[in-house]
Design a protein around this ligand. Structure first.
Ligand code: AMP
Length: 281
């Protein structure tokens, strides 16, 4: 596995791969890998000849009061994990490489970015789409792999690719969970023991939502109320949002029809966790 810190190095790596007609899969990440990241890399490896994993904690997608400084990092462990699943190259640029002095260009998807996480994290998705567009230009992958865990992000990136006629096909893969249902996240390490014990309530509330829908419930307001109620039964939680929206338009439906997502963000102390569940009626 090749470790590249500069755009020139990763550019040469992908150029060499393409010269022998290999297809390239890109998995964009912020590192501190868990089984969710590895599932994306494994799927990329199945679908493409060569897998490039970008590992970059992108300052542009963090708000001024967010956890950019504390975001967990373990580069050596990440490299060993990526190597173990057959990744061809890691691209781990520094900030000066990605945003050199005078950098002044940004990519913004309108509309679907100003709800859910876009409301509580202003500018977050502008940071995401800018860095992903840059990664697409640097690596020029045939396919790029994202997790359903960040459902809104995946929808926004698909929209960006369609709207701007970008090359890669976007592949979105299921949420990997701990045994008790908590969605895997690099941020789970922030949780105290008590918070970690309480956190699976998020998944339980989403499973109850799915069961209620399967049982015929179509009242969106009631479904949403029930999710909130179950979450608030856990100690020390603060709901950022619980929304039920259409997919992929992210519009609020009156009654549940077609493909819909229940998406939530909840704070356990200072730690903000997200999760979601898609249902089709
Ligand atoms: P991150 O490093 O958190 O930015 O995540 C990198 C990629 O991994 C994103 O496409 C995430 O959606 C995806 N991802 C994160 N957590 C999970 C999970 N639990 N299951 C599947 N994919 C995930």
């Amino acid at each position: 596995m090749q470790v590249c810190h500069t755009i020139r190095e990763i550019g040469e790596f992908v150029q060499n791969a393409r010269a022998v007609e290999k297809t390239i899969g890109l998995v964009p990440t912020m590192g501190y890998f868990h089984a969710g990241h590895l599932s994306l890399m494994r799927e990329a490896k199945k679908m493409c000849d060569v897998v490039v994993v970008s590992l970059y904690v992108n300052p542009l997608q963090f708000g001024p009061k967010e956890d950019l400084g504390e975001y967990p990092r373990d580069f050596e462990r990440d490299c060993a994990m990526a190597r173990s699943v057959g990744v061809g190259a890691i691209f781990a640029p520094g900030n000066a490489e990605m945003y050199p002095a005078g950098y002044n260009s940004f990519v913004e998807v309108a509309g679907i970015t100003d709800k859910l996480c876009g409301l509580s994290r202003p500018g977050h998705f502008r940071g995401v789409t800018t860095v992903v567009a840059k990664l697409f230009n640097i690596v020029r992958p045939d396919q790029a792999f994202f997790g359903q865990k960040d459902a809104q992000q995946a929808i926004i990136i698909e929209k960006m690719v369609r709207d701007l006629n970008m090359g890669p096909e976007i592949v979105t893969l299921p949420i990997m969970r701990e045994a008790d249902g908590l969605a895997m996240s690099s941020r789970n390490v922030y949780l105290t023991e008590d918070q970690r014990r309480a956190a699976p309530v998020l998944y339980r509330s989403l499973c109850a939502f799915r069961e209620a829908v399967a049982g015929g419930e179509r009242d969106v307001a009631k479904l949403r109320r029930d999710i909130k109620e179950m979450i608030l039964s856990a100690p020390g939680v603060q709901i950022d949002y619980v929304e039920i929206l259409s997919v992929p338009g992210l519009e609020p439906p009156d009654t549940l029809t077609g493909k819909c997502i229940a998406a939530l963000a909840v704070r356990f102390g200072k730690t903000r966790l997200i999760d979601n569940m898609v249902v089709e009626v």
